[in-house]
Ligand binder design. Structure first.
Ligand SMILES: [Zn+2]
Length: 375
């Protein structure tokens, strides 16, 4: 029987209660966690999550669920209510400017301290103990601001999971995914069902994003305690469901089918949903060039999403309205690859991300935090 829980955030504010809504379906030895729109203005996941809940309710009634499913239908209710002069702002918290999907609390070191003396020869028991200590560490954390309060709730719901799907969208984009090398096969399978063109691979983006935080926790434990059951107990990925404006019932239905198809492939549900719609290509995240503009002005595109570009190709021009006698500035590709994402709004200022080009060769200037712009 499905359950609906509203997890109230501490730090909601005086006289205000903000809650994260979670639906649970089914039961079984594995936990599947799926959340929508941690960046609150990335809208397509909201419809997918809603439709997923409807599908899962039907499958549950038919006793075709073989795992516990936790669906967070709106992962960021704080960002969902941020408006500035009639413009929605969902990517960063207005009070601090903090990106909602960065700097999640890293608690592996705390857990390792407590876990060492309690380890057994049973890998399953060790994992259960690690999760229990992780829950405790999170509970002991003081939320210093509303973003941290939100991050605590989301991590607490996801850390039991064997599967995590963090649903986002880019500005204007083809469908693509971010995953660790160990999850490449699953990401390619899901990507093919979604009609994605690319899977971006990196073991650590350096951003302490949501899925990174979960994956890094287990990796840190595996390094500290090899062969004790901490090697890859989690499959996690970030899914970019095209552009923020790509919202339609038909697309959401197709994306639900893709997720259900993947879950069926792994015995988590019984469903004949989904088929392969594409053959995505795996690219190293270090091969993804994020082009920014050094100029302020109007973006005029010369290349379309999905185009293959080589270094030096003209991708866009920036028309400067205060320089009517000067030729437009040119934005040229710096590397070979596929034009995966573009800025949606045509007015830019210096430093804004203009587009992303996914290539197969790691780029020397890509280091440190590897996820910029939308993700
Ligand atoms: Zn995002």
């Amino acid at each position: 029987m499905s359950t609906l829980t509203r997890h109230i955030l501490d730090q909601s504010g005086s006289g205000v209660a903000i809650s994260v809504t979670e639906m649970r379906f089914g039961s079984g030895p594995q936990v599947v966690y799926c959340q929508a729109a941690l960046h609150a203005d990335e809208c397509p996941p909201l419809l997918v999550a809603r439709q997923l809940c409807q599908h899962l309710a039907v499958l549950e009634a038919q006793q075709r669920l073989h795992a516990e499913f936790r669906i967070v239908t709106q992962a960021n209710p704080i960002g969902g209510q941020q408006w500035v002069r009639q413009h929605h702002v969902g990517r960063v918290e207005l009070g601090t400017g903090q990106n909602f999907n960065r700097d999640f609390p890293q608690l592996a070191a705390l857990v390792i301290e407590e876990l060492g003396p309690r380890l057994t020869s049973d890998p399953q028991a060790n994992r259960a103990m690690a999760r229990e200590l992780w829950h405790e560490a999170l509970a002991g954390l003081i939320s210093e601001n509303p973003v941290m309060a939100l991050q605590r709730v989301l991590l607490d719901l996801a850390l039991d999971a064997d599967w995590v799907f963090d649903l986002h969208s880019d500005d204007e984009a083809e469908c693509h995914l971010y995953a660790a090398p160990s999850d490449l096969a699953v990401a390619l399978s899901l990507g093919g069902r979604l009609g994605a063109s690319a899977v971006l691979i990196e073991s650590d983006t350096g951003a302490h994003s949501f899925d990174d935080t979960l994956m890094q926790f287990w990796e840190t434990l595996e390094t500290a305690f090899p062969r004790r059951g901490f090697q890859a107990p989690l499959t996690a990925m970030t899914v970019e469901l095209r552009g923020t404006r790509d919202v339609s019932m038909a697309q959401a239905h197709s994306d639900c089918e893709a997720l259900l198809g993947l879950w069926s492939e792994h015995g988590l549900v019984t469903s004949d949903s989904g088929q392969l719609l594409s053959e995505p290509v795996a690219y190293p995240l270090r091969g993804l060039d994020v082009l920014t503009t050094p100029y302020c002005g109007l973006v005029v595109w010369h290349r379309a999403l999905g185009d293959w570009v080589t270094a030096g190709d003209l991708v866009a021009e920036i028309v400067e309205p205060d320089q009517p006698e000067r030729d437009p500035r040119q934005i040229r590709a710096r590397s070979e690859g596929r034009l995966l994402a573009r800025r949606g709004h045509p007015w830019v200022r210096a430093g804004d991300v203009v587009c992303k080009v996914a290539g197969s060769k790691p780029l020397s200037w890509r280091f440190g935090n590897l996820i910029g712009g939308r993700q």
